[in-house]
Design a protein around this ligand. Structure first.
Ligand code: 5RP
Length: 236
């Protein structure tokens, strides 16, 4: 899975904190989220290093009759290795609760996701979920979103698509599991809503990594003092 250190969407260097602190916080947020899952639930599994802490925490609860949908091959493999049942999203239809990480979280609940290039599948699962829970270490909570914003784009006319959203660049990453390119929009983010709508309306873009507050039910931000629980705009 993508390491936060490798992620092009990680918070700026001035917010750098010790790796061990970040990992401890990710684990705390992940454990808190695992407590929210009920027996028999249909569970959406995000992608990334924070979710990598969530998977064993969920498996350790020993809940019966869980059925999970994974947002990436890496998550599917890790979940199955822990004995979690992974099925196709279309088999579940609706997801009861999905848990996922984020690269940045602003005070209004806007997210940037896609550091691990899985934001398209993650957004589909988030939209299909009654409850979407974001788990994060403290440095992911930022006063304002900053670039890059990940975008998944079609191979056809990729240079033209990137020119249309300039400044943007292709990421040095494999194609998405759905066969598309991963790139990053590098321009300023003055208004996330306006930018999200502009990117969504640009032909050639499959999906962008801006998640509106309306996608999010809960945000669990782990600090050394404890796990802060922010309510999102999406009810459940
Ligand atoms: C993957 C994602 C991840 O949730 C996001 O990049 C956070 O990753 P990590 O938990 O490794 O910091 O959006 O596409």
């Amino acid at each position: 899975m993508t390491s936060p250190r490798d992620s092009p969407t990680r918070p700026p260097a001035h917010q750098a904190v010790a790796h061990s602190t970040v990992e401890r916080q990710k684990r705390a947020a992940a454990r808190a989220a695992a407590e929210l899952v009920a027996e028999g639930a249909r569970v959406g599994l995000g992608t990334g290093s924070t979710v990598a802490h969530f998977l064993p925490a969920l498996a350790a609860r020993g809940l019966r009759e869980l059925r999970c949908v994974a947002t990436s091959p890496a998550t599917a493999q890790a979940a199955q290795a822990l004995g979690l049942a992974v099925v196709e999203l279309d088999e579940l239809g609706t997801v009861d609760i999905a848990i996922d990480g984020a690269d940045q979280i602003d005070p209004r609940g806007w997210l940037i996701k896609g550091g691990g290039a899985a934001h398209t599948r993650e957004k589909i699962v988030a939209a299909a979920s009654r409850r979407f829970v974001v788990i994060a270490s403290a440095e992911k909570a930022v006063p304002a979103l900053t670039p890059p914003v990940p975008v998944e784009i079609l191979h056809f006319g990729a240079r033209t698509t990137l020119n249309a959203i300039a400044p943007a660049q292709l990421r040095d990453a494999p194609d998405s599991p759905d066969g598309n390119l991963i790139a990053d929009y590098l321009g300023t983010i003055e208004d996330p809503e306006h930018l999200a709508s502009w990117l969504a309306n640009t032909p050639g873009i499959v999906e962008h990594g801006l998640f509106a507050p309306s996608f999010v039910s809960d945000i669990l931000i782990a600090r050394d003092s404890g796990v802060e629980h922010r309510r999102g705009a999406k009810g459940y």
